[in-house]
Ligand binder design. Structure first.
Ligand code: DQA
Length: 163
């Protein structure tokens, strides 16, 4: 008799959050952030996610509380979170606490290289509650984060199935 196949879980689900001012991508300081609009960036993210069998939900907000609500709301849906917290990176303990509270593996991303800009940008209060920080690779920062999370999620599932 054949063994029943193991229960297949759903595709990895990743919540992608863009923080303050990222709605102005394309027109905002193009020398730093490039000419790609947020819609174009989201299309790249969706295309990459589709090619890897990852389900994504993408949001942008200029409001700290809205980003926190989105994290809370998706805490049982999301297997991982990719977040570009914008300037909230450098001072939002509330956002940090939200990420720590939900315990969903999270990757902090930045389009620009925050380590080679003004000194205040080198500090991230979010970093320590994330599994990685990826910065300075433009859209590549987001794609690398998706890739990393999908590896981490599959490793966790394999571990859970074995254990
Ligand atoms: C940013 C870097 C932040 O310092 C800045 O406040 C942003 C964008 C980036 O993607 O490079 O809004 O997160």
């Amino acid at each position: 008799m054949r063994h029943p196949s193991p229960v297949t879980r759903h595709a990895s689900r990743i919540l992608v959050l863009h923080g303050p001012n990222l709605n102005l991508l394309g027109e905002r300081e193009p020398a730093i952030y490039g000419r790609m609009t947020l819609e174009e960036l989201n299309d790249e993210i969706r295309g990459f996610a589709a090619s890897r069998g990852i389900e994504v939900r993408i949001f942008q907000s200029n409001h700290e509380g809205t980003l926190i609500d989105l994290i809370h709301h998706h805490r049982r849906w999301a297997d991982g979170i990719v977040i570009n917290p914008g300037a909230l990176t450098h001072y939002s303990y509330a956002l940090r606490d939200a990420i720590a509270a939900v315990g969903v593996p999270t990757v902090e991303v930045h389009l620009s290289d925050i380590h080679s800009r003004e000194p205040f940008r080198r500090v991230s209060v979010i970093k320590d509650v994330c599994i990685a920080q990826i910065s300075g690779k433009g859209v590549g920062s987001y794609l690398e984060a998706l890739e990393l999370l999908s590896e981490v999620i599959s490793a966790e599932e394999t571990g859970a199935a074995d254990g």
